[in-house]
Design a protein around this ligand. Structure first.
Ligand SMILES: Cc1ncc(C[n+]2csc(CCOP(=O)(O)OP(=O)(O)O)c2C)c(N)n1
Length: 629
C-alpha cells in the first residue's frame, strides 16, 4: 500500500495534504483498488473514475455533518477508504465484510444507502428540505452518473428541486457510459455539451496559458475562458430551465479544478449542478479497453485484467439465444432491456434482430409501459429485467399490462439470492408481488430446456406472463433442438410417492430430489414434484397428493411470505385439505450479502433443515398407523 494512503484514517487526514500530495494519493488509491478488487471482485471501472471527485469532496466538505448522496452507490469505494474503512476494503462483498454499496448501518459517513439507480436527487432533496426546516447549515451533495439521468425519478426530482430549496449541489458524473454505452436523447445531449467545438477550443487555449504562465492568474484566465464558453453553450440551458445553475463541464480528474469548483459552489444560494467529465476505468488499461466488462466483475488478474474462463452457459445466455431462435419464427417477438443488455444476455439477441431490440435506458417503468403499447399493436414484447429492478415497475405491470390483458412476457433474471451484491440486488420478492396480479401466469423452470419451453408457451398465451430464473450457470441438461410449449398450470411429477410430496421450485428441484432420497432411506415413499407454475398452481396435483401424504414440503429461492409455499397453503386451505406444509424459503428479513451456500445454511434453506422439520410429521403418521393396525 502507498505511503500516503497508509496515513489516511479519516477525511481530516485528506484535508492536510497539498495538491501535489492529493494527486499522489489518487494514484495510490487507484493501485490499492486494482490490487484489492482483483481478489474480491467489485465495481472497478466506476470506482477508478471517481477517485479525484471523492478526494475533492472530502477535501472541501465535512462528513458526516455534510451529506454525500451517491446514486446507485456502486462508486463509493474511495469514500469507504477515506472514511475509516481502508483496512477492511479487502473484505468488500465478502461474507461478514463491507457491503459493496453505501450502507447507513455500516458507517456514519454513509448517509443514504442505494443499489438501484435514480434515487440520489430525490433523497438529497429530502435531506436539503429537512435541513431547511430544521434551520441547519449542512451541505447536501448528490452525485449521479450520466446514466442515472436516463431514469425518470431523477427528472421527477429535477422538476421539484428549485421549488423546494435553494441550497443543494448536484454533481453529474459524466463518463458517457451506463454499464453499456449510455443511450437516448439525454446521453446525446450530454455528449453535445462535452464535444461542443467552441468550448473545446477555448478550453485548449486556456490550457496552454496555464502551461505557459502557471499559477493563480492562469487559473483565473482558464476559469474565465470556461465561463465565456459556458455562456455560449446552449446545451447548459436544460438544467437552467429546471432552476439549477449549471457549471461545467469540468475535468473530473483535475483536483485543483474540482476543489475550486466545490469551494465556490458551497456558497451558492440557489441549486447548482456541476457537470464533471470522468473516465470510467481510469488508470487501468484493461478497464479502459473493456469498459463494459470492468463495470462490475469477479476476481481478475491485476496485471492483465484477465478473468477465469466461464464454465457452463448462464441462464441469461440461454434465455437470449432461445429468444433469438423463437424470434426467427415469430415476427411478433421483440426484446426490451432497461440498460442491461449485457447482464440479461440480450447482447446475444441484438445481432440477430437489431430492429427488434430496444435498450430504453435505466427506465424499468417506461420499459414495461412501452412493452404494453407494443402489445396493443399485436407484438409479443419480452421485458428482460432483473427480479430486483422489476420491483420498480409494479404499477405498470398491474395497471398497464395485466389490467388490459396484454401479452407481455417478463423474463426475470437474477430471481433468487444474488449473493455478493447483497440486499439491494437479491431477487426475493417477485413471486410475492406478482402472485396477486390477476390473469398473470407465473412460472419457474427447473433447467434451461424447460426455460425454453416456457418461453415458447408464453408466446401463445392471451395475456401477461412472467418467468423467474436465477443468476449463474444453467443445470447443464440436454436441450431439445426446438422448444415445445408446455401445458399451462401443469406441474411435473418427477417421482411419485405416498408419504410426502416435495415441491422444488425452479432449480430448487435439486434439493427436493435430495430430500426425497433422504426420506426414502428412512423407508418413506416420497413424491418429488417440479411445480413449474406458481400461478395458476396445479390444484389437481395438490388435491390428489393431499389425499395420500402426511405432509407437503416446498423449496423456493424466494422469501417464504407470499411465495410458492404460501400459494400451496392457500390452495390447500381453499380445497379444504388439512395437510401440514413445511415451507423452506427465505425468512421475513433483509438478507445480507455473502456466498449463496453459506447464506442458505445460515437461514435454513437446506435439505437438512427440511428433513428436521419433515421427518417428525412422517414419523407421527407412521406411529398412528402402527397403533391403528
Ligand atoms: C433501477 C436500476 N436498474 C438497473 C441498474 C443496474 N445498473 C447498475 S449501475 C448502472 C449504470 C450506472 O451508470 P451511471 O449512473 O452513469 O454510473 P457509472 O457506473 O457510469 O459511474 C446500471 C444500469 C440499477 N442499479 N438500478
Amino acid at each position: 500500500m502507498g505511503a500516503l494512503l497508509e496515513t489516511i484514517q479519516s477525511p481530516a487526514d485528506v484535508k492536510r495534504l497539498s495538491f501535489a500530495q492529493l494527486a499522489d494519493l489518487a494514484g495510490e488509491i487507484r493501485e490499492f483498488l486494482i490490487q484489492t478488487l482483483s481478489k474480491t471482485g467489485g465495481h472497478l471501472g466506476p470506482n477508478l473514475g471517481v477517485v479525484e471527485l471523492t478526494l475533492a469532496l472530502h477535501y472541501v466538505f465535512n462528513t458526516p455533518q455534510d451529506k454525500f448522496v451517491w446514486d446507485v452507490s456502486h462508486q463509493v469505494y474511495t469514500h469507504k477508504i477515506l472514511t475509516g474503512r481502508r483496512e477492511r476494503l479487502d473484505t468488500i462483498r465478502q461474507p461478514g465484510g463491507l457491503n459493496g454499496f453505501a450502507l447507513r448501518t455500516e458507517c456514519e459517513h454513509d448517509c443514504y444507502g442505494a443499489g438501484h439507480a435514480g434515487t440520489a436527487l430525490s433523497a438529497a432533496l429530502g435531506m436539503a428540505v429537512a435541513r431547511d426546516l430544521a434551520g441547519g447549515t449542512e451541505n447536501v451533495i448528490a452525485v449521479a452518473g450520466d446514466a442515472a439521468f436516463t431514469n425518470g425519478i431523477s427528472f421527477e426530482a429535477l422538476n421539484n428541486i428549485a421549488e423546494q430549496t435553494n441550497r443543494i449541489i448536484v454533481v453529474l458524473n459524466d463518463n458517457e457510459w451506463s454499464i453499456d454505452r449510455n443511450v437516448g436523447a439525454i446521453a446525446r445531449y450530454f455528449h453535445r455539451v462535452v464535444t461542443n467545438e467552441h468550448y473545446q477550443s477555448l478550453h485548449k487555449s486556456a490550457g496552454k496559458i496555464l502551461q505557459k504562465i502557471g499559477g493563480k492568474t492562469a487559473l483565473n484566465v482558464m476559469r474565465r475562458a470556461e465561463e465565456a464558453a459556458k455562456g455560449m453553450l446552449w446545451p447548459s440551458m436544460l438544467f437552467e430551465e429546471f432552476g439549477l445553475e449549471y457549471f461545467g463541464p469540468v475535468d473530473g480528474h483535475n483536483l485543483q479544478q474540482l476543489v475550486d469548483s466545490f469551494k465556490f459552489l458551497k456558497s451558492a444560494d440557489r441549486p447548482v449542478l456541476l457537470h464533471i467529465l470522468t473516465q470510467k476505468g481510469r488508470g487501468f488499461q484493461p478497464a479502459l479497453d473493456l469498459t463494459k466488462k470492468f463495470h462490475g466483475l469477479g476476481p481478475y488478474d491485476p496485471e492483465t485484467g484477465d478473468t477465469r474462463p466461464a464454465g457452463l452457459a448462464t441462464y441469461s445466455e440461454c434465455f437470449a439465444t432461445t429468444l433469438a431462435q423463437l424470434a426467427e419464427k415469430d415476427a411478433r417477438v421483440v426484446a426490451i432491456t432497461a440498460a442491461m443488455p449485457n447482464g440479461t444476455g440480450l447482447d446475444l439477441f441484438r445481432p440477430h434482430h437489431p430492429k427488434r431490440y430496444f435498450d430504453v435506458g435505466i427506465a424499468e417503468e417506461h420499459a414495461v409501459i412501452f412493452a404494453a403499447g407494443m402489445a396493443t399493436r399485436g407484438f409479443r414484447p419480452v421485458c428482460a429485467i432483473y427480479s430486483t429492478f422489476l420491483q420498480r415497475a409494479f404499477d405498470p405491470i398491474v395497471h398497464d399490462v395485466a389490467l388490459q390483458k396484454l401479452p407481455v412476457l417478463f423474463c426475470m433474471d437474477r430471481a433468487g439470492l444474488s449473493g455478493d451484491d447483497g440486499p439491494t440486488h437479491h431477487g426475493l420478492f417477485d413471486i410475492a408481488y406478482l402472485r396477486g396480479v390477476p390473469d398473470l401466469v407465473l412460472m419457474a423452470p427447473k433447467d434451461e430446456d424447460e426455460l425454453a419451453d416456457m418461453m415458447k408457451m408464453a408466446f401463445d398465451l392471451p395475456g401477461p406472463s412472467a418467468i423467474r430464473y436465477p443468476r449463474g450457470a444453467v443445470a447443464g441438461v440436454a436441450r431439445k433442438a426446438e422448444p415445445v410449449a408446455i401445458p399451462v398450470g401443469k406441474a411435473e411429477v418427477l417421482a411419485d410417492g405416498s408419504d410426502v410430496a416435495i415441491l422444488g421450485l425452479g432449480p430448487m428441484t435439486v434439493m427436493a430430489r435430495q430430500l426425497g432420497a433422504r426420506l426414502q432411506q428412512d423407508g418413506y415413499s416420497a413424491a418429488v414434484i417440479n411445480p413449474r407454475f406458481i400461478k395458476p398452481i396445479d390444484r389437481e396435483m395438490l388435491e390428489s397428493y393431499a389425499r395420500r401424504v402426511a405432509a407437503f414440503v416446498t423449496f423456493e429461492d424466494h422469501e417464504k411470505m407470499g411465495g410458492c409455499g404460501s400459494a400451496v397453503l392457500e390452495a390447500l386451505e381453499e380445497m379444504g385439505c388439512d395437510v401440514p406444509v413445511v415451507r423452506i424459503g427465505w425468512p421475513d428479513q433483509f438478507i445480507e450479502h455473502g456466498k449463496v451456500d453459506a447464506l442458505r445454511e445460515k437461514h435454513g434453506l437446506t435439505v437438512e433443515a427440511a428433513y428436521a422439520q419433515t421427518a417428525p410429521l412422517l414419523a407421527a403418521r407412521r406411529r398412528r398407523t402402527l397403533v391403528a393396525s
